[in-house]
Design a protein around this ligand. Structure first.
Ligand code: ADP
Length: 463
């Protein structure tokens, strides 16, 4: 198939050095993929991360600013300067920070470097949840009921939209992310205050007051589809994940495949995602996120980057997603077709966070002792070691424990064993909470919805 972007975008992509514009476990993960592909790495750090282990194994390690992320990992000029000074030909943004920042992708492109991700235009379309919804409707991807336009200012018109959708509705910031900028409205009397509050939050947090409204689904699961696209119009989907185990809209445990979904139900949705990628000229890896209720899928957003939970798909599909992402950025055509994608077994990932297992308050300090699980079907993605200082400045994710086994029940058992063998001393972690969750009988049966974890936590906290 012809690339909608034309051949010019394919030339000049070769690079032998990648600057990793991120930190923590994902910096380690990207460095490993680069090394396996024979590429050199430049790592950057803030003052708080000067001792990071990936710095020691990088070909260059550059401190680009103070501990505050705004002055280091989000400082576009400093990152571009570091790339120029070290001769890096490409920048991998990882996840979070600048990974979905269209202006940064454009600045990288303008500097004559390769941004390892989609082009800035795709990021801009998908970064605005309203234009994303419009693009998905055009590609035949099923969406949550509600208009694909921003909410008008006129309160009567907003009321009319809510009536047409039917309560409960959810108000969302078009530029929102990270589980913020959303408000559920159960009934008409609460609509206007919710719109005013969310608009103000959106203006402050995301720099745009644009909001939209959709049906609030009462008991959905969060299911997502991983896609991989090259620069030549080829695209595949690598199966699905269930990320319904969420606390405050943040994923805690992920699994692949999503249990209990018939191939004939998910198959057309995967195919529609591939078609959408081809229609917008999408390149690299991406994830289509859906809510799934009563055997129907509803698109909510696309993540135009590598995701935290990519390992569960790697273990079931057998593809190294980070290597494939880098190869796509080099202009190398995909070697697999959809027929080559066969997912096997079951995989779980637990996010190990430096936080109190009861209050979830983040916990910084020095890791005085560390034991990580090992064995067949067990993988740990992490940057920590005994003596590592967990900084209070960044996200609390310190490691991911990932397991793979032939069946879901066996994978759960393997995760129980892996968590039993995981010991982080000196700081608090959520490991006790994860251990308890993997003993839960309802979770073990599968198919729990996005509210299950919050309800489970409430029941647990009752005396
Ligand atoms: P973000 O970009 O902030 O992650 P998403 O649109 O992906 O926001 O939504 C995050 C989570 O919020 C979803 O996984 C789901 O738990 C909940 N959510 C979002 N939209 C709806 C909806 N229409 N109905 C019910 N829950 C929703």
């Amino acid at each position: 198939m012809a690339s909608p972007l034309g051949e010019t975008s394919v030339s000049g992509m070769r690079f032998d050095t990648v600057l990793i514009a991120n930190r923590g476990e994902i910096a380690t993960r990207i460095q490993r993929a680069c090394r396996d592909l024979g590429l050199k790495t430049v790592c950057i750090c803030s003052e708080a991360d000067r001792e990071a282990p990936y710095g020691k194994t990088a070909d260059s390690f550059v401190c680009i600013g103070p501990s505050s992320a705004a002055k280091s990992y989000l400082n576009q000029d400093a990152i571009l300067l570091a790339a120029r000074l070290t001769g890096a030909g490409a920048i991998h943004p990882g996840y979070g920070f600048l990974s979905e920042n269209a202006a940064f992708a454009e600045a990288v492109e303008k500097a004559g470097l390769v941004f390892i991700g989609p082009d800035s235009r795709s990021i801009a379309i998908m970064g605005d949840k309203i234009s994303a919804k419009r693009a998905m409707i055009a590609a035949g991807v099923p969406c949550v009921p509600g208009p694909d336009t921003a909410l008008p200012d006129d309160p009567a018109a907003v009321e009319q939209i809510a009536l047409e959708i039917g309560y409960p509705v959810i108000i969302k910031a078009a530029g929102g992310g990270g589980g913020r900028g959303m408000r559920v409205v159960p009934e008409a009397g609460l609509l206007h205050d919710a719109v005013t509050l969310t608009r103000e939050e959106a203006r402050q947090a995301f720099g745009s007051p644009a909001l939209y409204m959709e049906k609030f689904l009462q008991h959905p699961r969060h299911i997502e589809i991983q896609v991989l696209c090259d620069h030549h119009g080829n695209a595949v989907w690598l199966g699905h994940r269930d990320c319904s185990m969420q606390r405050r809209h943040q994923k805690v445990v992920e699994e692949a495949p999503a249990p209990g979904i018939a191939p004939e139900i998910i198959g057309p949705v995967g195919a529609a995602c591939v078609k959408a990628c081809q229609q917008i000229g999408y390149r690299g890896v991406g994830t289509f996120e859906f809510l799934y209720e009563d055997e129907a899928f509803y698109f909510i957003e696309m993540n135009t980057r590598l995701q935290v939970e990519h390992p569960v798909t790697e273990l079931t599909s057998g593809f190294d997603i980070v290597q494939e992402q880098i190869k796509a950025a080099q202009g190398i055509p995909l070697v697999m077709t959809q027929e080559d994608v066969t997912c096997e077994g079951h995989s779980f990932e637990c996010r190990i966070n430096a936080e109190d297992p009861e209050s979830f308050m983040s916990s910084a300090g020095i890791i005085t002792g560390l034991t990580l699980p090992e064995g067949e079907g067990i993988r740990v993605d992490t940057h920590i070691h005994a003596g590592y200082k967990v900084s209070p400045y960044y996200d609390s994710l310190i490691a991911k424990v990932i397991v793979h086994a032939p069946t879901r029940a066996q994978a759960m058992e393997k995760m129980r064993e892996a968590l039993a063998d995981t010991c982080v001393e000196g700081i608090s972690t959520n490991i006790p909470f994860l251990r308890a969750l993997f003993e839960d009988r309802v979770f073990a049966q599968g198919e729990t919805d996005i509210h299950y974890l919050e309800q489970w936590l409430k029941l647990r906290s009752k005396p």
